[in-house]
Design a protein around this ligand. Structure first.
Ligand code: SME
Length: 137
């Protein structure tokens, strides 16, 4: 195991693995709470570059998960009022929070160019991924 890799390298590896192996995972990235601020900061990601490197708590799908502490599955992004568009190709999104000692410290965010692709299997799988991530932070 590459135990000498930095955390960011390992998180990027996870993004690459997910994007490469799940056909409907088209943008995969991490957002983390930015210090003690009420905002998220973009971490490692794979996919099209985004202007949304800082997202205030409450804004967009990601910002809502920062305050709800709940998974957010969006089958159709066009049907969401509180949504931040990163790319016009995106049809659906899933955001799963990452908990360390019960605290919501960030999230994995996945965009799909396929409409309504995410199932409960994705939620369970990504919860597992997030638990693994929590253990390396
Ligand atoms: N769509 C997200 C913003 C982040 S991009 O998907 C990379 C949102 O509404 O919070």
């Amino acid at each position: 195991a590459n135990t000498n890799n930095t955390v960011d390298e390992r998180l990027l590896n996870i993004c690459e693995l997910l994007e490469a192996n799940v056909s409907y995972y088209n943008w995969v990235g991490f957002y983390f709470r930015n210090g003690n601020k009420e905002e998220l900061k973009l971490g490692p990601y794979v996919g099209a570059p985004t202007d949304h490197t800082i997202i205030p708590f409450g804004k967009g799908i990601c910002g809502q998960v920062a305050v709800s502490n709940e998974n957010f599955v969006v089958p159709d992004v066009a049907a969401q009022d509180n949504y931040i568009a990163c790319s016009i190709t995106v049809k659906a999104e899933i955001v799963i929070p990452i908990f360390v000692n019960g605290e919501n410290i960030g999230q994995i965010d996945i965009d799909s160019n396929t409409p309504d692709p995410f199932t409960e299997a994705d939620e369970r799988f990504l919860e597992f991924v997030c638990a693994q991530v929590a253990s390396i932070l």
